[in-house]
Ligand binder design. Structure first.
Ligand SMILES: [Zn+2]
Length: 119
């Protein structure tokens, strides 16, 4: 996810866009602090088209995908033929929540009306 200075685009204010995965960031040579050109893909989802390299000051920073999960601290691993790193922590709260969301989704058990409560 890219966090942007809010900008008006085609009738809405955009303050974040997807960066898809690590390969996308490298392919586009995007750095933290870059000025970027964005567009709405299919007039709905905002996406980064490219960095404006002429506006770089030298203060931009290379993005490095973390080797550990920011939630539980377990290793984050990128399997062969996968585009993203995944936490391998068995007791990771973020993984567990994601598993529950998937379990109850249309593609999972097709549950209607599941409510998650935090204590
Ligand atoms: Zn984790």
């Amino acid at each position: 996810m890219a966090i942007l200075e809010p900008v008006k685009l085609a009738g809405s204010t955009i303050s974040k866009t997807t960066l898809h995965n690590e390969d996308f960031i490298k392919e586009k040579d995007l750095k933290i602090g870059d000025h970027v050109i964005i567009q709405k893909a299919g007039d709905v989802i905002p996406e980064v088209v490219q960095a404006i390299k002429e506006k770089r000051t030298g203060n931009e920073k290379e993005f490095v995908m973390p080797d550990t999960c920011p939630v539980c601290g377990a290793p984050a691993v990128r399997e062969k033929n996968e585009a993203i790193k995944r936490c391998i922590g068995i007791e990771c709260p973020a993984r567990n929540l994601r598993n529950i969301v998937h379990f109850s989704s249309k593609a999972g058990m097709d549950i209607i009306g599941l409510r998650l409560c935090y204590y």
